[in-house]
Design a protein around this ligand. Structure first.
Ligand SMILES: [Zn+2]
Length: 289
């Protein structure tokens, strides 16, 4: 990625976030399903929502439940994707959800190798024309070996899509991908590993983001909230992206999402940084603001 260009983009995101807060505060707007009047820089975007989870039950949530939860919490938009299914089915699920709520939901395609047919053409079809804005990859279902995932990373770079990768703590893979694909924005889920309590490990992922400007950290499922504050200071909030990793029914979808939102609101950070983390950053990365 061009250094100057990315710096401008990141500074722009920070400015947009600050303007958003001073103009609107955190009373998130509730967009209706009428066409958007303008860029939605003033509202909260959940950048990690599952139409289908990777848990043992393979829990699915309808678009309706997702949007009702967003409405109750005050979340304007969400990035949605399915896992634990084929690439093809993940596209069908996301497209059905987005056709129901085109102003609220943004689709990612799930990248998973298939024995019966190559999925790379399906992923390319999804990214072409910017119909799908990102790709989800999960170490739990897909080996992260170069001969499997590199074509996907390359494709994401070609189409300007974000690559949200759950690495399960695999720092070595993160290092290789960050270095091998400088033009691909690599969004590292859970700042490295889901609910990690290992501060040193999280620290190494922040360090990786310091070294590579194409690395973005997803703050969903982060147990050590202080590390989000530290990351904002070290890499800037324009490369931090909030998500609930929901919906979760424990205790209920609304309380779960609200708790995840409050985690960020409670942080000892400037309001402009919170605005970036809660939507400004990912909108800038996706060219939505
Ligand atoms: Zn997830």
């Amino acid at each position: 990625m061009n250094e100057n260009l990315s710096r401008r983009r990141f500074v722009g995101a920070a400015a947009a976030g600050a303007a958003a807060l001073s103009a609107a505060g955190w009373a998130a707007e509730q967009p209706s399903e009428t066409p958007a009047a303008g860029p939605r820089t003033r509202s909260i975007l959940d950048a990690h929502v599952h139409l289908k989870h990777g848990n043992a039950e393979r829990t699915e949530y309808s678009a309706q439940v997702i949007v009702q939860t967003m409405d109750a919490v005050g979340i304007s938009q969400a990035i949605v994707f399915a896992m634990s299914t084929t690439t093809k089915r993940s596209m069908e699920m996301a497209e059905a959800a987005v056709s129901q709520y085109p102003q609220r939901l943004i689709p990612y395609v799930y990248a998973l190798p298939h024995y019966e047919r190559p999925v790379i053409h399906e992923i390319e079809a999804a990214l072409k024309g910017r119909r799908f804005r990102g790709v989800k990859i999960h170490v739990g279902e897909c080996t992260l070996a170069d001969y499997v995932i590199d074509p996907v990373l390359k494709l994401a770079g070609k189409y300007g899509a974000l690559c949200l990768v759950d690495l399960g703590g695999r720092l070595d893979v993160a290092q290789r991908l960050a270095q091998a694909f400088p033009d691909t924005r690599l969004v590292i889920a859970h700042m490295g590993r889901y609910l990690a309590k290992d501060a040193a490990l999280v620290d190494q992922f922040i360090r990786l983001a310091e070294q590579h400007r194409n690395v973005v950290l997803d703050t969903s499922g982060v147990a050590l909230a202080d590390k989000i504050v530290e990351a904002a200071k070290r890499i800037g909030s324009a490369r931090l992206v909030w998500g609930t990793d929901g919906p979760h029914a424990d205790p209920d979808t609304v309380t779960f999402a609200r708790n995840e939102l409050n985690k960020i609101l409670k942080l000892d950070l400037a309001e402009a940084d919170k605005a970036n983390i809660l939507g400004g950053s990912v909108r800038a990365l996706l060219g939505l603001s």
